[in-house]
Design a protein around this ligand. Sequence first.
Ligand code: E4P
Length: 217
Amino acid sequence: MKFFIDTANLAQIKEANELGILDGVTTNPSLMAKEGIQANDAVMHHYKTICEMVDGDISAEVISTDFEGMVAEGEKLAAIHKNIVVKIPMIKDGIKAIKYFSQKGIKTNCTLVFSAGQAILAAKAGATYLSPFVGRVDDMNWDGIDLIAQISHVYAVQGFKTQILAASIRNPLHIIKCAENGAHVCTCPLSSILGLLKHPLTDIGLAQFLEDAKKFA
Ligand code: E4P
């Protein structure tokens, strides 16, 4: 499973990248706004900076909701860097735009996915990545991991090439469950990635080893 970081915060992207396990970055307009980025030029510049920091797929989201707008915006985003993946919402015109970009060989990430039906449509249109929102499904008292498992099954049975990019990850257990259930990629906040490191027995064991190592001096 590939690891993407789900943020537009450059310090967090740098920290995750320095771990040596980062395969890409996802952002969305809310994450951009959180970093205080407002003007369109600033957004484009920020994507370029991220592309120069991380050697991997970088999702950049369109904000148009009509086919022509998404195509115009997506082409501008794709021109920023070869690693840009155009992130497109799961709506009717979004499906048309995914098909358009897939025929042009431009990578896409279909976002705001909450059902297996939507996953089938995105795969048929040729999406490179599909982003089911695990945490937001959980927030509705449904099971986001069940959705990953169902889409994973459907894609395997049908031989779809679209990669499942589990999004809206809220904790380390989500990451483990996504890996168990066939997600190809998990995009996570830095806190969830670092949470995978944690085990009290590791800390206790290391403290003991270091204490005993003092006897060598
Ligand atoms: C990433 O591609 C998604 O936009 C993001 O994971 C959504 O996460 P949230 O539900 O925590 O906002």
